[in-house]
Structures are given as C-alpha cells and as structure tokens.
Design a protein around this ligand. Structure first.
Ligand SMILES: NC(=O)c1ccc[n+]([C@@H]2O[C@H](COP(=O)([O-])OP(=O)(O)OC[C@H]3O[C@@H](n4cnc5c(N)ncnc54)[C@H](O)[C@@H]3O)[C@@H](O)[C@H]2O)c1
Length: 356
C-alpha cells in the first residue's frame, strides 16, 4: 500500500501536534502545510524538512495529488474549508467543534456522503486510553448504576476572541459524556459569566440531564488559577476520578458508597450506612490519544471504515452546545436538546456509536 499524502491546514497552537503525528506515523507523509501566516509554516518546515511545500492559500493543495487534509484552523473557518476539501475529493479530519452551527455540520455530512469521502472530527478524548477504560468500567457494571458525572476543564487561558468558552472547551466534555453514557443528553441548562472580555463568556456552568435522569455537570473556564482536567463518575457501587493532569495514576477507583436504611420503628426515618473500601489505580497502557486518533483516521481511509468520531458525532456535540448557548440567552432555562435534522442515511452509524 502506498503512503497516504496528507496536507495540514492551520499551523497555530494545535496544528503542529497533528502534523507531528502524521509525520511520525508509518503509512502517511505530510506533503504540504498551509497557514495564512508564513512564520508558523516556516517553523514546521524547519522542524520537519520532509514537508515539501508551504502555501498560504490552502486551495493550492488541490493540485498536489493529496489523499487527505487535517484542518486545525479557527472553528469559524471549519465549514468553508472542510466543504471545499471534500468537494475536491479529499478525506477530511477537522478539529473540534466540527462547525459553529448544526446546519453547517449537516451540510458537511451530506457533502462527505455525496463525495464518498471520510469526514472525521477531532474529539481527541474519545481516543484517550483512560477515557476508554472508564467507559469499560461503566459498561461492565463495575460502578453500578450511574448517579451523576462531574466534569471540570479549567485553566488560565487560552482566551479566544471569536468564540466563548463553551464552544472552546465544552465540546471535549460533551463528547466524553456522550461516549461514557452512550446517549445524548435530553436537556441542557447553562449559566455563564464574561469576566475579562465583554460579551464573550469565559466561565460557564452547564448542567445536562441524560436518559434515566443521570445528571452531569460541566465547568468550563479560561479564568482559573490551576489547570484542571477532571471527571468524577459516581455510581451506586463505586466512584471514579479520572484526572488528566495526573502524570501516572490518571484513573482512581474508589470502593466507597452509602446506603440509606429505613428505620423499622419510625415511619420515614433513615440511617446511613457508609462503606469505605480500597482506592485502586488500574494500570492503563499509555498511548498518546492524538496518535490513536490520527492512526484511526488513516485506518478509516485505507479500510473504508466510518470513523468513531464521524460527522454525525460532531453534529451531536454541536447540537448540545447550541442548546447550552440558547439556555444561556434565556437566563439558564433548561433547553431540550434537538437531535433532529441528521441525514436519514446515518442511523446505523449512530447505533454503532451508542453501543461502541
Ligand atoms: N483536540 C484538541 O485537544 C484541541 C486543542 C486545541 C485546539 N483544538 C482545535 O484546533 C483548532 C485550532 O486551534 P488553535 O488553538 O491551534 O488556533 P490558533 O489560532 O492557534 O491557530 C489557527 C491557525 O490557523 C491559521 N488559519 C486561519 N485561517 C486559515 C486559512 N484559511 N488557511 C490556512 N490557515 C489558516 C491561523 O493563521 C493560525 O495559525 C480549533 O478548532 C481548536 O478548537 C483542538
């Protein structure tokens, strides 16, 4: 099999991580990089001399006999660039969020289908071994019934000027929650504050209700003294903390719980039986999640497979963010999440995703 020829669009903060992975993975060659600015492209070519071309206008890539592109440009540009590339017969890996509204995401899904090209979104955490281990624990019943999940993604920066913190950070946690629970949230309620830039929320509290009344909460912040990337899952049997900032023991399982026991002699009174057991950190073989994601993209191209995080997965996350955004405008009112409007040819993909 010949090596896949890749073009990388966007060499800012995140693009170089994608470029590094596609340079290092056997079976792919980064042929060309593109950015509106020359300096970041020069840095990439100095670091990876095997990159043959650097172009300011990504459309020059269309004459370079490429197989695929990876897009790490600002979210507002994703739809136009991804559409253009799909229409020119290229497979597309686009960073999260796939687009800034669901109409554009649906449009990309349709264009990809019509062109018979892979459309994949960079929901990196769904390729994270720790998140996958957590999903396994939930699926095999180790934690019991899931009562609630709490997600925190906070640090000082990086401040964005075109999209608020919900569009920037919450897509990661929404994609993790959907993946862990195998379902879409039913409703969403959001409160937020714009502390530093007028009109652009930099801290947001989003509450999601999933089927079976499983409650989830996401705190997203660019304005926090410490970097936190933490998910707490509380089940009827056990509790788990996944802390992505921890260098080694990222997942800890707490054999802890509490039961309310009704008194037999007095009606309606309870006592509480607390259980304190072991705290275990299971061994999870580390693999760079982005490497797993990039390899999956190449495998999907080579084997004609639908990506785990396909266009529909990207659309669902956008629909949740849209509901969160609407709730924010309505002072935190709970908004039903719409999962309508997806192309009819997609339900099989959804089934695979839910039961993955
Ligand atoms: N998966 C993750 O964990 C993760 C982490 C960070 C960022 N991201 C995503 O990556 C994307 C990029 O984020 P970033 O932080 O690198 O932004 P950035 O602003 O640092 O970089 C974006 C780059 O794109 C370039 N660009 C803009 N329009 C272009 C065009 N038409 N053609 C070519 N280049 C163009 C800009 O010049 C800039 O260098 C966003 O979608 C973001 O959400 C994902």
């Amino acid at each position: 099999m010949t090596d896949l020829r890749i073009g990388a669009i966007g060499c800012g903060y995140w693009g170089p991580n994608l470029i590094r992975n596609f340079v290092e993975i056997p079976g792919a060659n980064v042929i060309v990089v593109s950015d509106l600015q020359v300096e970041p492209m020069n840095r990439m070519r100095q670091r990876f001399p095997q990159i043959e071309h650097a172009v300011r206008d990504y459309r020059e890539m269309f004459d370079m006999d490429l197989d695929a592109v990876v897009i790490a440009t600002p979210p507002a540009t994703h739809h136009a660039i991804a559409r253009d590339c799909l229409e020119h017969g290229l497979h597309v890996l686009v960073e999260k969020p796939i687009t800034l509204n669901s109409e554009d995401a649906i449009d990309l899904i349709r264009v990809a289908e019509a062109a018979n090209r892979i459309l994949m979104v960079g929901h990196t955490f769904e390729y994270n071994p720790a998140v996958r281990a957590l999903k396994q624990m939930i699926q095999n019943g180790e934690l019991g019934d899931i009562y609630y999940i709490d997600a925190i993604r906070a640090s000082l920066g990086l401040f964005q000027t075109k999209a608020n913190v919900i569009w920037d950070l919450a897509p990661h946690d929404i994609s993790i929650l959907r993946y862990l629970l195998g379902a879409d949230p039913v409703s969403v309620s959001t409160h937020a504050s714009s502390c530093v830039q007028e009109g652009i929320a930099d801290v947001a509290y989003t509450t999601l209700t999933f089927p079976n009344n499983v409650l989830a909460h996401i705190r997203s912040s660019w304005l926090d003294p410490s970097k936190q990337r933490r998910i707490t899952v509380v089940g009827s049997k056990k509790m788990v903390i996944y802390d992505d900032v921890e260098p080694l023991e990222k997942v800890k399982i707490y054999d802890k719980g509490v039961k309310a026991i009704r008194h037999t002699d007095t009606f309606g009174e309870f006592s509480f039986a607390y259980h304190y057991g072991d705290v275990v950190s299971p061994y999870i073989r580390f693999e760079e999640p982005l490497r797993v994601q990039c390899q999956h993209f190449l495998d999907c191209i080579n084997e004609g497979k639908r990506p785990r995080t396909d266009g529909l997965n990207g659309l669902r996350v956008v629909q949740v963010v849209e509901a969160a955004q609407q709730s924010l405008h309505l002072g935190g009112q709970a908004i039903a999440v719409s999962t309508n409007g997806h192309p009819q040819s997609q339900p099989e993909a959804e089934k695979e995703l839910v039961h993955a």
